[in-house]
Design a protein. Sequence first.
Length: 100
Amino acid sequence: MTTKTDFHAIMELKEAYRPTQRGIVSGAEAEKIMSTLEIKSRNDIELQNVRDMTVMLYSRWSERMREKEVGDSCVMELMDAMSAICCVIDQEKFNRGMEV
């Protein structure tokens, strides 16, 4: 059972998590993602929901940054964070025997 909504968990993670290296998720980063999103306590549907919400929110935030012409590095950081979060969630889905 989770203690916060998907939106609030993702917002909390957005404030606390910045990938340290493009395309690589360290063990510490994976643990931060797992604990903040409460991955282990979610059932299969909740796990898919938080993944879908992550993609939706990070895509919107990235698009907003593009519209503001803030810079490609900010957009890439958001997209890299989204990719890392999805990677951690997908690994959990795989471990559970879910379709990835």
